[in-house]
Design a protein around this ligand. Structure first.
Ligand code: UTP
Length: 313
């Protein structure tokens, strides 16, 4: 038997072979996309900095990763995305002014949101060739380690967060883990779909994966939802991955190949998901998050009631 040093555990055999799964310490955030569905807002500003109430989407994703125990945060950026790097840095002038004005709560909030020094890395995807290519751009930083992949435009309200729910499944199964959600059958052809094998909602075997199937060919109505735990072997597959749907290098295509070599577990997460890359998902998220905020709820409801929605609905 091969003995691996410095590994945390062995788990789930696939095809009779022992499969090694280390602890997940790193998360990758691809933020190099063009955000064309949100133009002109995203012409000069990154989509990932759009705010739901008063926090940028990227901050929610980082918070979710931190809650799940992630220690290192890797951002795959591109042109016009420098503000994301600034967001995760100190702002001494602002902090001094807040201090001077006695705005200690705001100051504490700002400091709390920051990952510690040395815990962030930024790499560049020079051309937006697709999500799979963006992930591949993080290969040298991630190295030979499993990693979490979070698409920041997917926002999840869950208790605990969706990545934490996936980490709990990973503790049991190792391998690769994907968050999935049910979707009405008439909408499945817009998404990556998984087929469900044995196991509970908190961790079932994925037996098949298809990208954007025709409704009649879809093996289920469970869509791949923007949160993944992946083993580093995916980088080798991405290196040779030809362009797929939309002419882009797709992560789902690489995962389909990897399914023949490694176990994949699905987690049907508890909570509500919002596709904030779409205008409708983004607006809905703002309403839901505002109504769930104790400091905003009453004032917001009052204004909503004053609106003459009758004529518009
Ligand atoms: P999306 O497909 O939702 O983002 O990718 P997009 O391409 O920016 O958006 P539209 O469709 O044109 O409106 C999900 C995530 O992957 C990143 C995006 O920044 C987003 O956070 N991404 C996508 C990259 O980093 N690089 C790419 O080449 C594509």
């Amino acid at each position: 038997m091969v003995v691996y040093k410095h590994c945390d555990r062995f788990t789930a055999p696939k095809n009779g072979e022992l499969f090694l799964s280390k602890r997940v310490r790193t998360a990758v955030f691809p933020v190099a996309g063009l955000g064309t569905r949100f133009l002109p807002a995203t012409k000069a500003m990154p989509k990932e900095m759009l705010t739901v109430v008063d926090r940028p989407l990227i901050q929610y994703a980082v918070d979710e990763a931190r809650e799940a125990g992630i220690e290192h945060f890797v951002f795959v950026t591109g042109r016009n995305k420098g503000v994301i790097e600034d967001h995760f840095d100190r702002q001494f002038e602002l902090e001094a002014t807040l201090e001077l004005r006695g705005k200690t709560t705001a100051l504490e909030e700002l400091r709390k949101d920051l990952p510690s020094a040395g815990r962030t890395s930024f790499t560049r995807q020079q051309e937006p060739l697709g999500l799979g290519h963006a992930v591949w751009c993080a290969r040298d930083i991630v190295g030979d380690n499993p990693f979490a992949l979070l698409l920041p435009d997917m926002l999840f309200k869950g208790q605990p967060g969706v990545l934490k729910q996936m980490m709990d499944a990973y503790e049991e199964t190792g391998g690769n883990v994907i968050a999935v959600a049910e979707m009405p059958e008439e909408e499945v052809s817009a998404y990556g779909i998984v087929a469900r094998g044995e196991g509970p909602d908190t961790g079932f075997i994925i037996t098949q994966m298809v990208e954007k199937p025709k409704r009649e060919d879809a093996p289920s109505n469970l869509i791949i939802s923007g949160r993944y735990i992946l083993q580093p072997e995916v980088f080798n597959l991405l290196a040779d991955q030809p362009r797929g749907a939309g002419g882009e290098i797709q992560i789902t295509d690489a995962m389909q190949t990897m399914m023949h070599q490694q176990p994949f577990t699905g987690v049907k997460y508890q909570g509500q998901g919002f596709d904030c890359g779409s205008k409708i998902g983004f607006l809905t998220a703002n309403v839901v998050y505002a109504l769930d905020r104790p400091d905003i709820r009453d004032g917001f409801l009052k204004e909503l009631r004053k609106l003459d929605l009758g004529g518009r609905l």
